[in-house]
Design a protein around this ligand. Structure first.
Ligand code: ADP
Ligand code: MG
Length: 274
């Protein structure tokens, strides 16, 4: 644990986004290539989980949604994908509601939301990524099988093809779900807490793939809560605590003030990541 002298280490750009963030130019807000999240609010019965969240998610970047437990990170991702109803706001991609374009999205939910006892092999899980392209009742084409093989090779899991998914380690399971996302050949990749409970090798594979996707001009959006060294792999950040605290480049967002606002002064450590 070490405390941080932010001012000494970083060029600080305070980005308080209760109004429109200074770092987001008007041209960005209407950028058709980006996802535009405008005034999104979500309520669960009586509880307000998100209030008036405004931000954009750009292609070609690895974007992290950060914030403490219960900040609404998963809720924001789900609201974007229509998995929970919004009480206000819109989410547009290329100028149209994202919810109407979900065939362009690959989503990997939080581990806790996946049924690991489901009797599927690694191959079954990865081929599920091809269902949208092929349909359930048609047999998978040679192309689909090749795409799935390439994805499993990419994440170093090809030799586990016939293993039941429930028998793998957490890191291996996460890599299989990453492979499934890759087979979808999506434009937008959404991952909820992919770094929880994984090994070092999986972490390197995951960040390599994220970087390749970003280089390929995809949108890569990743929920994470850990402010450790892995934060250096993110280009842009969305810092949440029910409301948007800050958004912009990693350097812009990682200020002491913003982290205090999000984590309530509980942040003791993070490295030279910014
Ligand atoms: P995070 O992913 O940042 O940990 P969540 O988006 O899961 O946070 O949750 C935000 C808040 O909404 C939390 O207080 C959580 O308890 C609440 N919440 C999440 N899902 C539900 C639900 N299905 N029903 C009721 N409350 C929920
Ligand atoms: Mg969550």
């Amino acid at each position: 644990m070490k405390s941080v002298s932010f001012a000494a280490k970083f060029r600080l750009y305070p980005v308080n986004t209760r109004e429109l963030p200074e770092t987001i130019k008007a041209s960005d807000m209407t950028s058709t290539a980006a996802i535009n999240i405008a005034h999104v609010g979500v309520h669960y019965r009586t509880q307000e989980a998100l209030r008036d969240v405004n931000c954009i998610v750009k292609p070609g970047k690895v974007t992290g949604i950060f914030g403490p437990n219960g900040a609404g990170k998963s809720t924001l991702m789900k609201a974007m994908l229509g998995l929970v109803p919004v009480s206000s706001g819109t989410v547009l991609y290329q100028g149209k509601p994202l919810m109407q374009q979900l065939d362009r999205v690959a989503y990997v939910p939080q581990r806790s939301q996946i049924d690991w006892t489901y009797p599927a092999t690694v191959w079954d899980v990865v081929m599920m990524g091809r269902v949208k392209k092929t349909g359930w009742l048609r047999s998978f084409s040679a192309v689909s099988r090749q795409v799935a093989k390439n994805a499993l090779e990419r994440v170093g899991m090809i030799e586990y093809c016939d293993r039941p998914i429930g028998q793998l380690s957490g890191g291996q399971q996460q890599r299989v779900f990453l492979a499934r996302a890759l087979t979808q050949q999506a434009e937008i990749f959404c991952f909820d807490e992919p770094l929880v409970g994984i090994d070092q090798k999986t972490q390197s594979v995951i960040f390599e793939v994220f970087r390749e996707l970003a280089t390929d001009k995809k949108i890569v959006l990743v929920v994470n809560h850990d402010l450790g060294e892995s934060i250096a792999h993110f280009d842009d950040l969305i810092l949440l605590n029910r409301e948007l605290i800050a958004t912009g480049s990693r350097q812009q967002v990682l200020t002491e003030e913003n982290l205090n606002l999000a984590y309530g002064g509980k942040v003791m450590y993070f490295s030279d990541a910014a």
